[in-house]
Design a protein around this ligand. Structure first.
Ligand code: NAP
Length: 248
């Protein structure tokens, strides 16, 4: 097991990509804080699945676009496990809108969580990471370079995330804290299914442009997160990993 004695926080881990990452980190021996915003049942299920396999996990509620909730999340982490080694900034929202329909709410909802919340979460996390260093993994998206029409704000948040990943890798490298991004292609999750984009014309279009010919599953992303969390990637920082079946 690659993550024995490590402590990880995964934001937005009650479903989708975050839930799969939480389970994969725990399977490698990490103690995992399963953060969620509103789906207590989903988070409790992830914790139950981890503990049933002999792993360690707790569920902690907190809206990671809000500073007070972020502070509570890391206070709960410190109380439960005393330290932090791995942060996965996964919580994110995606909404599509053509230019003429963009408004302040659409902008702030996505930038407040995907960018500001991620920065404030990282700020608190590094206070709990010890002298041996750690790994921060930001879940970006292929949209930061694929840039589909109607995604100006969402793609903007993920392009910002790619840039701040590189900036923070330079700021935190001296403390042996590595900062990398994973840029998934379209992945079948509760979020994308309920948005109706994993079926029909949009899916067909994406799959026809994807060299490996299919959309992704959460575990396609989680295995990459294990690599970035573990010492297998100990000389890797400031990178953006496109895990997308080759879609750019
Ligand atoms: P999802 O199925 O919609 O799940 C979202 C998760 O984030 C849930 O656990 C949700 O918790 C949590 N969350 C939402 N708002 C939150 C907040 N303010 N504070 C804390 N947690 C919050 O999402 P997904 O499809 O797995 O996507 C996860 C990440 O991958 C996002 O950053 C997304 O941009 C990125 N991504 C996804 C795809 C894709 O195709 N799925 C592709 C590229 C990138 P509750 O259930 O409690 O609300």
């Amino acid at each position: 097991m690659k993550l024995v004695n490590k402590v990880a926080v995964v934001t937005g881990a009650s479903k989708g990509i975050g839930a799969s990452i939480a389970k994969h980190l725990a399977a490698e021996g990490a103690s995992v804080v399963v953060n969620y915003a509103s789906s207590k049942a989903g988070a409790d299920k992830v914790v139950a699945e981890i503990t049933a396999q002999g792993g360690k996990a707790i569920a902690v509620q907190g809206d990671v676009s809000k500073k007070a909730d972020i502070d509570q999340l890391f206070a709960a982490t410190k109380e439960a496990y005393g330290k932090l080694d791995i942060l996965v900034n996964n919580a994110g929202v995606y909404e599509f809108s053509p230019l003429e329909a963009i408004n302040e709410e659409h902008f702030h909802k996505q930038f407040n969580l995907n960018v500001l919340g991620l920065l404030l979460t990282t700020q608190e996390a590094v206070k709990l990471i010890g002298a041996e260093g750690g790994s921060i993994i930001n879940i970006s998206s292929v949209v930061s370079t694929y840039t589909p029409p109607g995604s100006a704000v969402y793609s903007g948040t993920k392009a910002a995330l790619d840039a701040l990943t590189k900036v923070l890798s330079k700021e935190l490298g001296a403390r042996q804290i590595r900062v990398n991004a994973i840029n998934p292609g379209m992945v079948e999750t509760e979020g994308t299914s309920s948005a109706g984009i994993t079926e029909g014309e949009f899916r067909q279009q994406v799959e026809s442009q994807t060299p490996l010919g299919r959309i992704g599953q959460p575990q396609d992303i989680a295995t990459a997160a294990v690599f970035l969390a573990s010492s297998d990637s100990s000389w890797v920082t400031g990178e953006t990993f496109f895990i997308s079946g080759g879609l750019r």
